[in-house]
Write a new protein. Sequence first.
Length: 355
Amino acid sequence: MVIANGGGCPHAKLCRSASAAFFARICSIFMTDRETRVNPISQLNDVVPPARLVIASRESALALWQARNVQARLAALFPQCAVSILGMTTKGDRILDKALDKIGGKGLFVKELEDALAEGRADLAVHSMKDVPMVLPEGFVMAAISEREDPRDALVSNRYSSLDALPAGSVVGTSSQRRESQLRGRYPHLVVEPLRGNLQTRLKKLDDGGYAAIILAAAGLKRLGLAERIAAVMPPEQSLPAPGQGALGIEICADRTDLLALFGVLNHDATAACVRAERALSRALSGSCQLPLGAYAQNEGDNLRLRAFVARRDGSQIVRDELTGDAADPEALGSELARRLLTQGAAEILAAIGA
């Protein structure tokens, strides 16, 4: 399906494949003084976009909303460029009767999109960052991370206004081991059952009476205009989000240095720093779909506050900690908090699942 359009440089890793001159150009664009906040768009007048760009996207309603959002922003910035969307169904979308950790993990949602990039059928792919594997395949880079929507989890129920109101034995649906472990640890009297499918499918299963409540990402509901379905937004203290939750990422082939500066204008520095810290922590702890893990960073002036946990799926053991560090080095913050979690018991949990 194709839809026609109507301290150091934080982006250094994106520029490894570029020439030294191009690397210097990227750094000069993004290394702006925090006080002056120079608008990078004003420095990109000499960047000429291609005549056309093709966005690879999954075909779910939410994925297409995200792709169209990026499409509209690119069209507004570069009206001379025709931007279209190449929709496709991924293996993760097709296999709905098995848990993700049993069929290959989050990579199942991005593999076909990356194939389209590698084959030249698309120039960029738009992803929910929480669905992106913690280690990108060689030959691909994340060119931008856009401003975050609400990163929290949301309780959706037609009968109950909060998890505390659910009677014992109530069935709660979620496809996430992260959410499941927190639910089981805090509400052992509830029954947690798997829930796969796109957002509309999950809502229908709730409405058909299969669950007393389900847990979804607040960002997806809000983006699709379904905020009224939210019974309660769950604070991080109750349900710590997944790494990257609520943020969108733009992935390109590493050798497309012509697109790095072009898409850099869509990067939101504060969100990118938070997501980089969260993903660094997850990578240091294996980044596996088999590991119930949450990580959530927030900007606090020049610092980042990073909270994280690792748990057994049944919630019988949850290791939590937090750390505040320099926002200019988010990877170091994530790695250090991961090290602390390992010494506090996360290593045992990792060993138990073979991660």
